[in-house]
Design a protein around this ligand. Structure first.
Ligand code: ADP
Ligand code: MG
Length: 365
């Protein structure tokens, strides 16, 4: 089997209102795939990191009245959702079509742009819904008689407080796949934004037994929730000519915010939630550190996959049979310097992991 490294991308977003109000300076710069962060209290102190891809989505350059290019606006340098999908989402799909398992993780502090990239807001759709549609488009348009898509399933899980909730779970005949996409969009964006006029039909789908999401609590259902993780899983199986079966599973995760929970000041439930949410994320960190150590020092170590729900679910994706991509989301602002630096360090560790991906191919029984 091939040994391949986890592929790592970073993406820096525009200033948010809070950062603008604070008169923030941008501490991130990118030059091709090199990302540099500058310590706002000591500008001499710069650290550079090289990842597979660096997305500048902070701002672009716009022409002012004199025809000069000045920073601002969302100009040509701005890496938009389609650009990010074309690399990362398409990368996941390419691996899946070849029969490799594929995993994409978005990591970063709350507000850094994980959900924007993975799920999206409004018209700026993220990677998961586009992958979803693209997967179904390819399957539905298949004209090749030697390829038979046998089984396709899609599920969306929420991990919150070490509990897993199934939001959508569906095994589909290829012809009904569009329903999955619609249900997905409905759940995450509500009826208004995407499905003007179709809302009524979709509500019927969501409450029909085949597509009804499992019971959910009221606090669910917003990609801006910083303590939940959303995991989209696809599985497909295809019969090829000469009695070969290929299959693949895809995992895409919008992780919980990576910032340390402020323990002081939290009480009761809040504290318990904070602690438990950290368990999956902390364990993910421990798993990544151990795997990086195994790869670099060639040591045999116990990998604590079983310590949390998330790492159990992703066991084969991390250091196992999967091609894995991590996208680290970055705030550009000086006020987030410490967190952003720790995200970059985390991403650097992830880069060292080696996976052993194999094509899932077997003779048809
Ligand atoms: P997270 O999921 O990491 O907590 P969000 O994805 O919800 O963060 O992003 C926080 C805010 O920043 C949102 O309002 C989002 O629209 C905006 N944002 C994030 N990334 C980008 C981007 N690449 N371009 C434009 N706006 C972005
Ligand atoms: Mg989010």
């Amino acid at each position: 089997p091939n040994l391949d490294s986890v592929k790592v991308a970073v993406r820096v977003r525009p200033f948010n209102q809070r950062e603008k109000d604070a008169g923030s300076q941008c501490v991130i710069s990118m030059n091709s795939n090199c990302t540099t962060i500058c310590d706002p209290r000591n500008p001499e102190n710069r650290k550079s990191f090289t990842f597979d891809i660096a997305y500048w989505s902070h701002s672009g350059f716009i022409k002012n009245a004199d025809g000069k290019f000045i920073p601002g606006g969302l100009g040509s340098r701005y890496a938009d959702q389609m650009k990010v999908f074309n690399d990362l989402g398409q990368g996941v799909l390419d691996n899946a079509w070849q029969g490799y398992n594929a995993t994409l993780l978005a990591y970063g502090q709350t507000g850094s742009g994980k959900s924007y990239s993975m799920i999206g807001y409004g018209a700026n759709r993220g990677i998961i819904p586009i992958v979803c549609e693209e997967l179904f488009r390819v399957i539905n348009n298949n004209q090749d008689k030697n390829k038979q898509y046998q089984q396709v399933s899609f599920s969306m899980l929420e991990i919150y407080n070490e509990q897993v909730k199934m939001l959508i779970s569906k095994q589909c005949a290829p012809s009904s796949l569009k329903i999955c996409v619609d249900v997905f969009l409905f759940l995450f964006f509500g009826g208004g934004k995407y499905l003007k006029g179709e809302t009524e039909g979709i509500s019927k789908l969501v409450t029909s037994p085949a597509t009804r999401p499992m019971p959910r609590t009221d606090r669910l259902n917003s990609p801006s929730d910083s303590t939940s993780m959303y995991l989209a899983q696809f599985f497909y199986k295809i019969f090829l000519e000469e009695n070969i079966t290929k299959q693949s599973s895809i995992n895409m995760v919008d992780l919980a915010g990576s910032e340390r929970q402020k323990v002081s000041g939290s009480e009761g439930d809040r504290l318990r939630e904070g602690t438990a949410v950290n368990l999956s994320l902390t364990t993910l960190g421990n798993v990544i550190s151990s795997l990086a150590e195994v790869a670099v020092r060639k040591r045999v170590l116990h990998i604590p996959y079983r310590d949390s729900v998330l790492t159990k679910l992703l066991q084969s994706a991390l250091g196992g049979n999967s091609r894995t991509i991590m996208m680290a989301a970055l705030s550009p602002a000086d006020i987030c310097y410490e967190e952003t630096l720790s995200t970059l360090r985390y991403a650097e560790r992830a880069k060292k992991i080696k996976n052993k991906a194999v094509v899932n191919k077997s003779p048809t029984e």
